[in-house]
Ligand binder design. Sequence first.
Ligand SMILES: Cc1cc2nc3c(=O)[nH]c(=O)nc-3n(C[C@H](O)[C@H](O)[C@H](O)COP(=O)(O)OP(=O)(O)OC[C@H]3O[C@@H](n4cnc5c(N)ncnc54)[C@H](O)[C@@H]3O)c2cc1C
Length: 533
Amino acid sequence: MIPVTDEKFAEQIRLNQSELAARIDLPFDFIVCGAGTSGCVVAARLAADPKLRILLIEAGGHDETELVQDPNQWPMTLGGEMDWGFVAEANPELNHRALFYSMGKVLGGGSSINVSTWSRGHQADWDLYAAEAGDEAWSYSAVLELYRSRIENWAGDPDPDYRGTRGRVHVQPAQQPAPFSGRLLAAAQSVGLARFPNANGRMMEAEGGCALVDETVCSGKRQSIFRSYVHPLMAQPNLTVLTAAHVTRVVFDGRRATAVEFHYQGKELKAEATREVVLSLGAIHTPKVLMQSGIGPEAELKHAGIPALQILEGVGRNLHDHVSIASVWASEGEVLGSAPRSQTACFWKSRPELDGPNFYTYAISGAYLTPENALRSDLPSHCWTQVSGMRPQSRGSIHLTGARADDPVKIDANYLADPQDLADLMSGLRFAREMGSASALAGLCGNQIAPSSFDPTDLAQYVRNGLTTFWHQSGTANMGGDPLSVVDSKLKVYGVDRLRVVDASILPRVTSGNTMAPCVVIGERGAEFLLRR
Ligand SMILES: Cc1cc2nc3c(=O)[nH]c(=O)nc-3n(C[C@H](O)[C@H](O)[C@H](O)COP(=O)(O)OP(=O)(O)OC[C@H]3O[C@@H](n4cnc5c(N)ncnc54)[C@H](O)[C@@H]3O)c2cc1C
């Protein structure tokens, strides 16, 4: 990777990109909308062919700030200019709380503001996607090979059957693990979770397990997907990267996507694509731009006054996410240091009939409680939080509030709509309590502070007051072959030509862990399909 401090290379990029920005009126082969996790992968793989002219359009700005480079500063990006700052609708099941729904708005998208945890997705996830899509390219064995051969540059102990060292993404195990992390893994083992050498090899084939976490950090610096894929190619004459450019609509000639409209420097512009247009705007704005381009549910388009080009009832439906709930413990001093990133990952399933783990837990120093739950607890000066993420049954939806590009979307996250989710979360909190109370943590971990009562009524109230998003929004333009599917197994939007969706929107269900690594897979597959065409 080319270091950020390479002044000469930075100057080459600046000159090249300002020359290229002056020529956006000439047609491009491919236009990729959104320079987030998946969009960066697609654009870079396409641009590797010097004969192809690529335009990558991003609404956010540059990433040259300590807030991005230092992965420990991720909480400071929330609510700032690098966050879209979405807010979901007030949810009656959450005592009418309206949750913040952050998403990255900067080169690299989520990969530039996230916690840097690398979690590949479970065998059961990928095999489900292959079955839904009817395409082995999405199966676990095919995706494992992709991670090994093209994606990962693994810096941990060699594990050649599972981990590759020739890919673009630097992945390492948590560095200098605190003694507490070893004791926490011993505690997890004592309640039945098998210990694995790393969190992304065989552990992603098991029913559960625990390990040190993997992360996209090198020498203390974040390795975003933008830095790993696009930045090294930005001095090339065939890759134009526009920032602060807001995509509003895909333009069609008949049913064929031919151009993209966007706001840029105070003007309404149109760029032409002679081959294909790719939407990689993330799971909130990809369905928005599809609907604003006339592709979506009939009633929704009619209501917003948008002429229908292709009715697809699944656009904006099937919003899936991980929910998060905290367990807070007193500790004997600062057990984990002050970095707001977990060094451990524990996965388990809360019901035997599930095809894979539906819970995972990370541990961080400090007390992370919603204001509603913090009111109920006396917090000692030293605490640590077990953050449990769960894959819910409930699905939400994204809606237009008008036809104009600046009309915000309405996000109905719909958490806890399925009663099974509340039951699972309560059982997850009980399991987390067993882990935190295990004798392996004696002397480091004190009393449990929150939840303060495991009485079923109190616990249900704790969940309703404390549930938040884990920021893994997915599924709103999902891949498959049923009437609510939006794209086929090659990520082509049904009913129109030369338009693909390549981002977390295509996942039929959220993966078992965090979603950045799966979005890199989606980007790699998208680029393969486009280049094969
Ligand atoms: C706070 C936070 C913490 C997270 N922690 C982790 C973690 O530790 N590990 C992990 O694996 N995952 C994590 N995630 C999730 C992960 O980062 C995302 O799932 C992933 O980045 C999604 O990739 P994507 O390509 O679908 O969308 P994104 O990465 O969100 O990219 C979409 C891009 O499109 C741009 N865009 C949107 N609308 C427009 C428009 N109209 N015009 C032009 N550009 C537009 C956006 O600005 C953005 O750059 C976290 C996410 C957040 C927000």
